[in-house]
Design a protein around this ligand. Structure first.
Ligand code: KIV
Length: 276
């Protein structure tokens, strides 16, 4: 196969300070996962702000039941592939399960995802003391960090499944204090996953860094989805918080553009995609 005419409209590169400015200006941030260069090119062409090489690739690409089997080598491989398809879109890559087991491993993982993979930011789940230490150490070495709280998929064994977090008042208050802690440690961005919309609103209002929601309601500063979910090609039932943007459209490009438009206008997520 020959790859022809891969030019995309020129845009100013999306940067970490640029994301903060978007929060300050009330402009919603559009984030979407990608795992290879071709889909990355589609994200770039549609003007998606942030591409995430999520360890969700363990489920939607590799066919595992969780993200736990994904290795750092695999994350570096997919991140480098996605980087080759991007130009202005900011690239975020996940630290996979146990890559954050201690400070030395977290720093090594961050260095590989940025240096070999070409990521512009790394994402790390949770707010345990060793995670806060890693966030601070990565930030001190000028590696931008995206934190990830709420339904953190790497904790699926502890949660007993992919369960909505922060439903009770005490649990919601704990998530809010974790959010303040990751911000204080030096995170530049926060993904909030699988929490009631009211908690998404509280966290977004309390933080100065942008908050990107997935199943966290309409009040976040931006939204992220797994691309297979929003194209309706994930095997099995579509998650409640997602929407099939390819339904009724005739191309992947049209679906991605519609997602971007609906996030920016506030049309997505609608009440049926949110949790109480
Ligand atoms: O791995 C992933 O794709 C993620 C998103 C669900 C936020 O972490």
């Amino acid at each position: 196969m020959y790859v022809q005419n891969t030019s995309v409209p020129e845009r100013k590169p999306v940067t970490v300070p640029g994301l903060s400015a978007m929060k300050a200006q009330g402009r919603r941030i559009v984030m979407l996962t990608a795992y290879d260069a071709s889909f990355a090119w589609h994200l770039e062409s549609a003007g998606i702000d942030v591409a995430l090489v999520g360890d969700s690739l363990g489920m939607v690409v590799q066919g595992h039941r969780s993200t736990l089997p994904v290795t750092l080598d695999q994350m570096v491989y997919h991140t480098a592939a996605v980087a080759r398809g991007l130009a202005a879109t900011l690239l975020v890559a996940d630290l996979p399960f146990m890559a954050d087991r201690d400070l030395a491993h977290a720093l090594d993982a961050g260095a590989r995802l940025v240096g070999e993979g070409g990521a512009g930011m790394v994402k790390i789940e949770g707010a345990a003391p060793h995670i806060l230490e890693s966030i601070a150490a990565l930030a001190a070495r000028a590696i931008p960090v995206c934190a990830h709280l709420g339904l953190t998929p790497q904790s699926v064994l502890k949660f007993g499944g992919f369960r909505i977090q922060g439903k009770e008042q005490a649990a919601a208050d704990r998530v809010l204090s974790e959010a303040l802690a990751v911000q204080a440690a030096g995170a530049d961005l926060l993904v909030m996953e699988g929490v009631p919309a009211e908690l998404g609103r509280r966290v977004t209002a309390a933080l100065s860094i942008p908050v990107i929601g997935i199943g966290a309601g309409p009040h976040c500063d931006g939204q992220v989805l797994v691309i297979h979910d929003m194209l309706g090609i994930t095997p099995g039932k579509r998650p409640k918080f997602s929407k099939d943007f390819l339904a009724g459209r005739d191309s992947v490009a049209a679906a991605i553009s519609a997602y971007a438009e609906d996030v920016r206008s506030g049309a997505f997520p609608a009440p049926e995609h949110c949790f109480n």
